[in-house]
Design a binder for this molecule. Sequence first.
Ligand SMILES: NC(=O)c1ccc[n+]([C@@H]2O[C@H](COP(=O)([O-])OP(=O)(O)OC[C@H]3O[C@@H](n4cnc5c(N)ncnc54)[C@H](O)[C@@H]3O)[C@@H](O)[C@H]2O)c1
Length: 216
Amino acid sequence: MKATLQPGLTNRLTKYLRTTQQLIEEGRDAVSSKELGEYTGINPVQVRRDLNAIDFSGTRGVGYQAHDLVEAVRNILGLRQTYNLALVGAGNLGAAIASSAMLPKRGFIIHDVFDNDPKKIGRTVGNVVVKHIDELEKSVAEADEIIGIIATPASAAQEVAERMVKAGIKVILNYTDVLLHVPPGIETHRIDPTAQLMHTLYYLTQVEEEEKSERE
Ligand SMILES: NC(=O)c1ccc[n+]([C@@H]2O[C@H](COP(=O)([O-])OP(=O)(O)OC[C@H]3O[C@@H](n4cnc5c(N)ncnc54)[C@H](O)[C@@H]3O)[C@@H](O)[C@H]2O)c1
């Protein structure tokens, strides 16, 4: 089932999942396609079409059962309940990520933090004691870590990525501005706030253009 999903649908399903999880945390039991549309920026008709496509239905006047929706999307995307993550770079950003309350709530556990600075090894960030980067391979295997986060200076990112791949990491979240070269089968995702801003500004420009042409 997972292999047959189109990337666009997968992307939208993850947005519904995140939004529904957030609404559950706010005490909600049900969620409507209108709400999912409002919070994700996706047309409610598309929301209903997507949820129909995964055979998930709601009740008229009530909406979709939030917990069931989370489970259905998790199953269809093949997501586990929890993932252990390996974070490399125990600096400002690494410490902030390791201390985030949001990640464990969503099933992402920062299980190991690595650095190569002897002054950082043995310190605690979040609840995790920083290990030397040379322990990466052993720790990744022991904790079944398939996701890695790179929070090092840009100059170290490619080398760290290669070490992660060698250790068995399959998905790399890259916070640096380096474009990583990785073998086929390894997923990389660059966290780039400027891309998000440019995307948002594009829509702002579109709205301004539409308002302008309506006035003319
Ligand atoms: N995408 C974003 O939203 C965002 C936001 C802030 C920072 N950043 C980027 O994140 C990165 C980290 O920023 P920071 O402020 O935490 O930097 P920092 O200098 O405070 O921390 C970097 C850490 O990486 C460690 N390190 C360096 N080389 C290493 C190696 N080869 N192996 C293991 N550890 C190594 C250092 O010892 C240090 O502890 C930078 O590349 C920065 O540009 C991205």
